[in-house]
Design a protein around this ligand. Structure first.
Ligand code: SF4
Length: 274
């Protein structure tokens, strides 16, 4: 097992906590804890269940966290997001459009939209009605089209048409919340942020790596336990793990590269990573 050479020191973690911005109203909302969201363990009875629940509650050691991310890195050294974009602005728009929609669905629409509107100015020139036409296959498209135009106007009025590298300024844009700001800061600017969506929320809780009742709790726990050297890509590794391996209904534990580290009492076959 790899040594814990990259784990954050307590001081670093405390500094990170102190530097965090106040939590916006509504961001700490609880996420439904049904099986499709968190896939938390189903109730079990008897001694076996008691033994398993003991295992499930044991926190990960720093060495185990390091080992898990070292394996993610070895398997996929340069993970990429799946939302197609041309620049920071189109990334921002794509993330706004992806709320309660799939990346595949968003990409289908933006493949036609972005070549003709890759700046706030061009998007405004296109107009809300035409934007609506381009994105009408995406859920909540009317509200999203309105937000895309409004955020483009705000970018021009307040930021010279550029996407700001600043959490507060991003979250002040129409349709942009903490998760969207985290994605943009991470992908467009390389900031060590972690956006917690439904996949990260499930993985954080199910594995026991960063348990939390809300996405914000999971995010803050991840920021505290993920070693600095893995922060840049942690978001992508975890989202891809949740999307393709640790899926909601029947996780592919037999293929999982962190199976031996995972605390989920219902994980299936263990295959030692080689
Ligand atoms: S073993 Fe892997 S796939 Fe299975 S629950 Fe744990 S993290 Fe998810």
């Amino acid at each position: 097992m790899a040594k814990n050479t990259g784990a954050r020191t307590k001081t670093t973690a405390v500094k990170a906590r102190k530097s965090r911005k106040p939590i916006p109203k509504g961001e700490g909302r609880k996420v439904k804890t049904g099986s499709s969201q968190t896939a938390m363990p189903r109730s079990k009875t008897g001694a076996a269940a008691k033994a398993k629940s003991k295992t499930a509650s044991k926190p990960w050691s720093a060495a185990e966290v390091y080992e898990a991310f070292a394996r993610f890195r070895a398997a996929n050294p340069e993970p990429k997001g799946e939302l197609e974009h041309l620049n920071a602005y189109t990334l921002l728009v794509a993330v706004v459009l992806s709320a309660q929609a799939t990346d595949v669905g968003v990409n289908k629409a933006t493949r036609h939209l972005f070549p003709i509107a890759d700046t706030p100015q061009k998007m405004i020139a296109l107009g809300e009605e035409k934007v609506r036409e381009y994105i009408k296959t995406i859920g909540l498209y009317r509200t999203k089209a309105k937000n895309v135009i409004a955020l483009s106007e705000q970018l021009i009025a307040q930021h010279g048409g550029k996407v700001p590298r600043d959490r507060a300024a991003l979250e002040a844009l129409p349709g942009v919340g903490r998760k969207t700001a985290n994605v943009v800061l991470n992908i467009a600017f390389g900031e060590p942020t972690i956006a917690v969506d439904t996949h990260l929320f499930r993985v954080g809780n199910r594995t026991g790596l960063a348990p939390g009742k809300t996405p914000l709790e999971v995010e803050l726990n991840l920021l505290e336990v993920v070693p600095d050297e893995f922060m840049r890509h942690a978001h992508h590794w975890l989202i891809l793990h949740g999307r393709y391996t640790c899926v909601a209904r029947r996780p592919l534990c037999e293929k999982c590269i962190i199976n031996d580290l995972c605390r989920w009492p219902e994980k299936t076959v263990f295959l030692a990573a080689s």
